[in-house]
Write a protein that binds this ligand. Structure first.
Ligand code: 8YV
Length: 323
């Protein structure tokens, strides 16, 4: 049997690339530079499967190729708001993602960000490296205690639940949850969490708010200036979900006028571009989209894509089919 042809749009961990090369007629983007729209359209016409990541903007234009050769998009990552869902559906394409295997590591990064912003770790590191540290004093870089505080989690899927476990069992935090559907009582009970009806209900009550909902048009600017106004003046906002969930202009205002305590972001609207105004905010911690960036998670994500491809090419419904 001829091996199906697959295009891998970015470099993946070596062990996964080796497996892909063995199983498929695989083409790798050895330059690791994101494909431009015309190249992505060519890929749709040419390969049986295209394996994109968050850096591939698969908007409706990319799908305007008549009858594509590609029947499956095996996305490397759990979020897929970079793929135009309607176009993929209209063309009858299958889209899969890689849930579960990155939940713990992404929650670890959310915890990292929460601790860093509360304890002013970014400011401290910048001070030490700049040679500005003049020594210990009782009033130096005094932050906010995390243990025992109230954490609001927006989006209580797999990553949100992992965050709740860490915060509740590790740091004795009280957990409030907002989720689009009702969360099963036994899931809430694992962290003694309480579900509230809306984001508006959640925000005024919390010392920390962590975003774990999907991106895309449904949640674009979910956190806007009206929502930021509902937060306590000393509360912190953490985002490891998608950049578009926050109105970054409104966040910049809130940080500059100190209407909230601070923010910590792993994702940005239009990343890797970051607005110069956001860069100026000292009460902000920023990481370059590191949520799933561990050897373990990145390999597991790749092998999960391989599982999905194996199912698809064997005529089975892939376990992680999202479209
Ligand atoms: C991935 C992520 O590394 O899985 C996701 O949705 O945000 C990241 O952790 C990235 O999206 C890879 O495509």
């Amino acid at each position: 049997m001829v091996k199906p042809s697959v295009l891998v749009t970015r470099r993946w961990p070596a062990a996964v690339e080796a497996q892909l090369a063995e199983t498929y007629n695989a083409t790798f983007n050895t330059s690791d530079v994101p494909l431009a729209t015309p190249e992505m359209r060519d890929a749709m016409r040419k390969y049986d499967a295209v394996l994109p990541t968050v850096t591939d903007k698969l908007n409706s234009e990319v799908f305007e190729v008549g009858k594509p050769q590609a029947k499956i998009l095996g996305n490397y990552g759990v979020g897929f708001s970079h793929i135009c869902e309607r176009s993929a559906r209209d063309l009858g394409m299958t889209v899969t993602n890689t849930p579960d295997v990155l939940s713990e590591c992404t929650a670890d990064i959310a915890m990292t960000l929460m601790l860093m912003v509360a304890r002013r770790a970014g400011e401290g590191e910048r001070e030490v490296r700049d040679g500005r540290w003049t020594g210990w004093r009782p009033t130096h870089l005094v932050g906010t205690k995390v243990s025992g505080k109230k954490l609001g989690i927006i989006g209580f899927g797999r990553i949100g639940q992992e965050m709740a476990k860490r915060a509740h069992h590790g740091f004795g935090m009280e957990i409030l949850v907002q989720n689009r559907s009702t969360v099963a009582p036994e899931i809430l009970a694992q962290c003694n969490a309480t579900q509230v009806d809306s984001v508006e209900d959640l925000l005024p009550q919390c010392d920390f708010v962590s975003l774990h909902c999907p991106g895309g048009s449904a949640n674009r600017h979910l956190i806007n200036s009206a929502m930021l106004d509902l937060m306590k003046p000393d509360a912190f906002l953490i985002n490891t979900a998608r950049g578009e969930v926050i109105d970054e202009f409104a966040l910049t205002q809130a940080l500059m006028f100190e209407t909230i305590g601070g923010a910590a972001l792993d994702v940005f609207d239009g990343e890797p571009r970051i607005s110069p105004e956001l860069m100026q905010c000292d009460n902000l911690v920023m990481l370059p989209h590191l949520g799933s960036a561990t050897r373990e998670a990145r390999e597991a994500m790749g092998f999960r894509v391989l599982d999905n491809l194996a199912d698809f090419f064997a005529g089975r419904d892939p376990r992680d089919r999202v479209i």
